[in-house]
Structure formats: structure tokens, C-alpha cells
Design a protein around this ligand. Structure first.
Ligand code: EPU
Length: 338
């Protein structure tokens, strides 16, 4: 099924709930439909591939083409001794895939419960939470190259995953449209409960078991992160900054109690952006239609009718104050369009 619409309102397609219009909106549910569309139409200069809209901010109306891959379906495609290979369409809600994997007793995605967005966006940004990242479970990514209409496959290694990063955000940014993702999930789950209060929360529910881990993650997320159906937001607005370990050590000396994590790269440490912002006094701050969430300083919120520009202006102020107090330059995790 395709839909091709002009002057289309995107409020329902971004969890920030920003009212922005797309000049043209193209939705498809089967790969061939995009291939056909690319044969028949020339891509305009401005176009954007939209997933669940849970990690982006429209700063203005979008004067171009929005490509919306809404490929459905989740199914087993293969298995080996220890794994089941599940293919999910790019348009499947991420949390629906996680829910199904837990119902079928397959381990891997449970810590990633309740992350908003769609399956197709998960490899782009290598979604992560509670000590797990999509990169550990993605086996293959199927995509269409926009310039040629060719179907291409990427192995896990070819995706060049890193913290909230992949080839799809770099060399291939805006060049390929992901249509489905194959995940390699564990038949014999091993639980990953090392992060924060996760183990304590799982124990409260009676201990391990995929469903308990999922329920624990959901309850932690619900207690900390605003539900985008109720209040517009895009989760963490900033990335946790990765800095040289000596920078982290000197900040730690000046600020005992500051959270520091070791980053995967040698000699680097990851700081908690939420903590840095919180220390600058932003938590619960409100300015007209926009604000900083009351329980999690990493999340900027839209109280109803904010414009993208208002959110960006607040983000700039937050960045400047963190830079002034700690000498750390925060980067947006959210993709700012326009
Ligand atoms: N903290 C504060 N004040 C705050 C927020 C956090 O002091 O307002 C402190 C916390 O007490 C904790 C540390 O900062 O010591 C880290 O906070 P938290 O555990 O809440 O996680 P996070 O680093 O803020 C990251 C991800 C989230 C993910 C959680 C759980 C990033 C940018 N964010 O947040 O991802 O859910 O860990 O794993 O990596 C998202 O990407 O949209 C997202 C929500």
C-alpha cells in the first residue's frame, strides 16, 4: 500500500508533538513500492527518511519529501543450535517486537523494552538502554539504496555500530532506506541486570525470567521518563558525553559523586549528561511551552503547542550553561531537522 500526500501535517509522526508540515509525504508498506517510486520519480534535493519520529525535532516545516517506510510483519526466518533469527519490518513498533520476543521466550531485547520508535530506526541510532544495545542482537539489515533502487544487505559488522551511532548516521546518512532488520535472539536467555537498580527491580518481581526483566525495565522507564502520548518529548535530548579519562578524573575531583562510566574506547570515559544538566539547576524548568522534565534533566518537553525553534532555543541555553560550569560541550542526541 502506498500513500502520497501533499502539505501533510506531521504532528502525529513526531513524539515531540511539534506541528510541522511536509511538502510531500510518501508512505509504503512493501519494498517494491519504494523501488517503483524511485524509478518513476526524481528525488527532490530535500528529503528525509522518517521512522517512529521518536528521536527528532522539526525546527520548521519540511519543504521536501518525507519517505515513511511502514513495512509490517515479524517472523522467524531461521534457527541454529542457540539462536532464532527473527525478521521484523521497518514499520513495526519497536516495543511490539520486544514484547513478542519475550512472549516467545527469546532473549536479547528485553532490556530495550518500551523504547519508543520503530524497528527500522533501531539500527540507525543503535538504540540502547539498561546496559543493552541493539548492536548486540542485529544480525542483518535490509535496505534500499535511494540512488539506484537496489536492495542491499548489511551484516552486523558492516553497520559499524557504536554508542548511539552507525554507518546509517554517517556515510550512508539519507542514502539508504532500511526496510527490515533480522535479529539473532537467544534460545537460552542470559540476563543482563548489571545496570543501576535493574536487578533490585527484577528481584521485587520475584527474580529472573524474561517477562520480569521486561516488566522491571518498563516500570523504571515509566517512573523516570515522560510518556510521549501525554507530554511531547523525544527521550534523551543530549548524548552522554564521551571525554578523555583525565578530563573525567579532574571533574570528579572537583565534583565527588559525579557519575562516570568507562566508555568502550580506550582511555575514554562517559559522563551522565542528565547529571550535568541537573547540577546546573535545570530540572523542572519551564519557559512558556517548553521545559526540562521534572524527573530527568536529559529530557526536554513540549507542554502542548511549542514550536521546534522554541525547543532548540532552550537546548542552546542548556548547552551553554553546562559548557560554562563544566567545560563540557553537549551534543544533541535528537536529530534536528531544518
Ligand atoms: N541523573 C541526575 N539527574 C538527572 C538525570 C540523571 O543526577 O536529572 C544521574 C542519575 O542519577 C544517574 C546518571 O545521571 O546517576 C545517569 O542517569 P540514568 O541512569 O537515568 O541514565 P541516562 O544516562 O540519563 C541513558 C540513556 C537513556 C536510557 C538510560 C537507561 C543516553 C543519552 N540516554 O540515560 O536513553 O534509557 O540510560 O539505560 O544514553 C534515550 O536515548 O532516549 C534514552 C532515554
Amino acid at each position: 500500500m502506498i500513500r502520497l500526500l501533499d502539505n501533510y501535517n506531521l504532528t502525529a509522526y513526531n513524539t515531540f508533538g511539534i506541528s510541522a508540515k511536509a511538502k510531500t509525504f510518501f508512505e509504503f508498506t512493501e519494498s517494491d513500492e519504494l523501488v517503483f517510486f524511485l524509478q518513476e520519480n526524481q528525488l527532490p534535493d530535500q528529503y528525509f527518511i522518517l521512522g517512529g519520529g521518536s528521536n527528532l525535532l522539526f525546527k520548521n516545516d519540511f519543504d521536501g519529501l518525507i519517505i515513511y517506510p511502514n513495512v509490517p510483519g515479524v517472523g522467524e526466518i531461521n534457527e541454529d543450535r542457540n539462536h532464532i533469527y527473527i525478521e521484523a519490518g521497518a514499520g513495526v513498533e519497536w516495543d511490539e517486537l520486544v514484547r513478542l520476543s519475550v512472549v516467545y521466550g527469546l532473549g536479547g531485547l528485553e532490556n530495550l523494552s518500551l523504547i519508543p520508535g520503530k524497528v527500522g530506526a533501531a539500527p540507525v541510532q543503535n538504540v540502547g538502554a539498561y546496559g543493552a544495545e541493539a548492536k548486540d542482537w542485529v544480525y542483518l539489515v535490509r535496505a534500499i539504496e535511494l540512488a539506484t533502487g537496489k536492495i542491499i544487505e548489511f551484516t552486523n559488522e558492516e553497520c559499524r555500530f557504536a554508542y548511539r551511532d552507525s554507518i546509517f548516521k554517517n556515510e550512508l546518512k539519507n542514502k539508504v532506506v532500511i526496510t527490515s532488520v533480522v535479529f539473532r535472539l537467544d534460545k537460552f536467555p542470559e540476563f543482563n541486570l548489571g545496570y543501576g537498580t535493574l536487578k533490585a527491580e527484577v528481584d521485587k518481581l520475584g527474580g529472573g525470567g524474561l517477562q520480569n526483566v521486561r516488566d522491571a525495565v518498563i516500570s523504571i522507564r515509566e517512573s523516570k521518563l515522560p510518556n510521549p502520548d501525554l507530554i511531547g518529548n523525544a527521550g534523551s535530548f543530549f548524548k552522554n558525553p564521551v571525554v578523555d579519562s583525565d578530563v573525567a578524573q579532574s571533574l570528579l575531583q572537583a565534583n565527588p559523586g559525579m557519575p562516570v562510566y568507562s566508555a568502550s574506547k580506550n582511555g575514554k570515559s562517559k559522563l551522565a549528561a542528565g547529571w550535568l544538566i541537573d547540577q546546573c539547576g535545570w530540572k523542572g524548568y519551564r519557559e512558556g511551552n517548553v521545559g526540562v522534565h521534572k524527573d530527568q534533566a536529559l529530557v526536554l518537553v513540549n507542554y502542548g503547542t511549542a514550536t521546534g525553534a522554541e525547543v532548540v532555543a532552550l537546548a542552546e541555553k542548556v548547552k551553554q550553561s553546562v559548557n560554562k560550569k563544566f567545560g563540557i560541550k553537549l551534543e544533541s542526541e535528537v536529530n534536528i531537522i531544518g
